[in-house]
Design a protein around this ligand. Sequence first.
Ligand code: NOJ
Length: 535
Amino acid sequence: MYVRSFADGNGDGTGDINGLRSRLRYLKELGIDAIWINPWYKSPLHDGGYDVSDYRVIEPRYGTVADAEALIADAHDHGIRLIIDLVPNHTSSEHAWFVEATQAQPGDPARQRYHIRKGRGVNGSEPPTNWTSVFGGPAWTRLDDGEWYLHLFDHTQPDLNWENPEVRSEFESVLRFWLDRGVDGFRVDVAHGLVKDMSFPDMDNSDQEILAGATQVDHPFWDLDGVHEIIRGWRTILEEYSLPGAERMMVAEAWVAAERLGNYLRPDEYHQSFNFDLLSSEWDAPSMRSIIAGACAQATSVGSTPTWVLSNHDVVRHATRYGLPSGTNWRRWLLEGPHDLLDAELGHRRARAAALTLLGLPGSSYIYQGDELGLPEVWDLPVEVLDDPVWEQSGHTRKGRDGCRVPLPWTPDGTSFGFGSNGSWLPQPPSFSALSAQNQTGNDASMLELYRRALSIRNEHLTMDESIRIIDSEPTVVAFERGSGVQCWLNLGDDPIRLPTNASVLLASEPIDKELPGNTSAWLTLPKTHTSSPR
Ligand code: NOJ
């Protein structure tokens, strides 16, 4: 949940904790069982809160620690667990440690909490390595005294040095601080990036976008073996706080090669790791089928459960991605177009079909706020309002992620469509009126009611037996059966296909009869087949 854009409780145009508390009932009625909340710590918000200046204080625009405690209690009263974001790879440049480091002399221990080094070349005027930032531009910025600090993201996000024992003990203490306040777990930011290998100064910098590059092996800062030891320490703390029925968990944001993901899921490491393969996949049946089969097999092999993600606060919303011609680089398309390539109606239809697939799968399905309303990417935000540091850091060559972070519409009218009482930090398009939660409630044909029905069926029939069997089907179809006997069929082609005879439809993304139209999905039940016993 992107708290900044969910609901604004105090009318300052920014979402906050009390706004979220006032919408817990909506979340309960939607049928979710946990919330992952993006960073809520004190922050200058240069990167939407992923630039933390104090890990034990709530950002004042979001509320206070007391509000956070009240939210945790309210969420638990609604039967909803709360997972918070842990940002251990970097702090904000406004964090007391970094301020101290920049005021200290070269060589001072205060500098050793970060990666601060002399440069190369004449007078050290070249950065220590040629690495580039994920957001574009060099990954090093020079301090006034001539040394350089590393930032894999924005220049306001200096990377911590995880070789330093002080960094390790500080994060263990932060973990305990929030566990003591009742959080149910952590989503760990850049989980694959904590350890750096400075003996590898020059690399091929061709592609450092957030979704790319991280899957290379032999990389100087992604997926180094040292990250696992750090995680094992955190897992021990979580076990200490876990009670039967109230376990504490960790989920990794690790953009690593599929065959390396299992390393993060060993029994003494993460409980889950996001699998971004579905999110990265084209609208293509063979690709989706093999991703589903592969992720389920991998989770089983390490005793974990699979995770599924179609969208999040870092990517173009899938209702828009699915409306673009196959092969479109949607990150570039945002800025470069051509925008008339977008078939928004098709994208919406496919997003409905994808929802039933996402929610039909075993394990944990992560829904990004607003997907349940069918929100599209707001791709035409004027550049003057862009807030994502990607826009500046990339030298205006990448538009960034604001288009999926536009505040949610709750009502068809009113200032900021019910998001708050006084506008919203990013402008909402007029089309948000029809997509507001209020407008969709009670309308059986709406995306919101589709999600509500799907989650209700999922909670009743699909969560007690996590097994899955892939069904042999036409080349354009992904079909699988869950342990309860419910089958999920997704037709990614344009032509209708025949459904199994005798199938009863539990739920479908479009009106259907005996055939499943193109770009449509359905959940089916079939009468049990009885084999006659031999005489
Ligand atoms: C991944 C987060 O999801 C993204 O929003 C953030 O910019 C980077 N990590 C850096 O913290």
